[in-house]
Design a protein around this ligand. Structure first.
Ligand SMILES: O=P(O)(O)OC[C@H]1O[C@@H](O)[C@H](O)[C@@H](O)[C@@H]1O
Length: 296
């Protein structure tokens, strides 16, 4: 284990499943998996199927994880890649019969199951499954959600929702990735040149990306690979199956009131999310949809 985070440092090794895959547990018996291949290292928690870290060999860690994030059952982990599902952001009543729901949905606080894994030539692939018995009761429709995590020189994350019911279902979500970035010297390329500002709900134009005191934006998706660069980090982000790219950094004032964001941490990351943010995206019966992000 080489990842230096207070919660990870205290884990106990439970089982080595494969040359490249070890399972750990914390004091609450929550499970964590460490993947180490010749190409990369990755930690993932079964709580939320939450990718906590991804480090290609001989490169810096690409994902940011808050030092003060509690890894507790009913709370989302702050940092890494939270999975927002079955909708993005605050619940707006789009699911028939469901009155209230937590911000960004249910998936990030569920315990997922590692259903399969395999080692291929240049990547290690894990398949995670969202247990659906209880959620089907809450949501009122039958579904299957699978999360494929392919770890190699690039990290490919694929969240697939299958509609197993007889009717259309309305689904949204996001792969809400937190990237390590020094926001004082950060350059972001290839976002669209206009966005909806979620802070004041206005449409805005910007040719060259720069942050606002509180950055919370929904960009339309385009086919371009987004790049983040500062003195120490360089990452390319490809989004597929999304209708939008959400870019979020809370800024100092908001971050200082967040218990799970350590002091001045808002200077260390930018969220760039592959998102399905509309509230009318439908999956027809018997079909599926995949929301994808590729990080390299
Ligand atoms: O605090 P949460 O629920 O993890 O949400 C964090 C942020 O997530 C972003 O995706 C949203 O655009 C923001 O509005 C939100 O504040």
């Amino acid at each position: 284990m080489s990842f230096n985070h207070p919660n990870i440092a205290s884990l106990n090794l439970i089982k080595k499943h494969h040359l490249f895959l070890s399972e750990y547990q914390d004091a609450d018996q929550q499970c964590y998996f460490f993947v180490e291949t010749p190409f990369a290292e990755l930690y993932i928690a079964s709580h939320g199927a939450h990718v906590l870290s991804y480090k290609p060999k001989d490169q810096a860690e690409l994902l940011w994880l808050s030092d003060t994030s509690a890894f507790t059952p009913n709370k989302a982990i702050r940092g890494g890649v939270p999975i927002c599902w079955p909708f993005f952001g605050p619940y707006k009543g789009q699911i028939t019969g469901l009155e209230t729901a937590p911000n960004h949905g249910f998936a990030r606080t569920q315990t997922w199951e590692l259903s399969n894994f395999e080692s291929l030539d240049d990547e290690f692939v894990m398949l995670w499954r969202l247990p659906n018995a209880e959620l089907q009761q809450i949501l009122g429709f039958e579904f299957e959600v699978e999360y494929k995590v392919s770890v190699g020189k690039q990290l490919k994350l694929e969240l697939t929702t299958r509609n197993l019911s007889q009717d259309n279902i309305v689904i949204g979500g996001a792969l809400h990735s937190y990237f390590n970035a020094d926001i004082t010297s950060l350059r972001v390329d290839n976002l669209a040149n206009h966005y909806l500002d979620s802070v004041d709900k206005k449409s805005k134009q910007q040719q060259i990306f720069s942050l606002s005191p509180q950055t919370d934006r929904i960009y339309p998706s385009n086919d371009k690979v987004i790049s983040l660069r500062d003195q120490h980090h360089q990452v390319s982000i490809e989004n597929i199956g999304n209708d939008s790219v959400v870019v979020w950094n809370p800024g100092h004032d908001l971050a200082s009131g967040m218990a799970d964001v350590h002091e001045n941490a808002e200077q260390q990351y930018l969220c760039v999310e592959s998102a399905q943010s509309s509230i009318d995206f439908v999956i027809k019966p018997g079909t599926s949809h995949s929301l994808i992000q590729v990080i390299r």
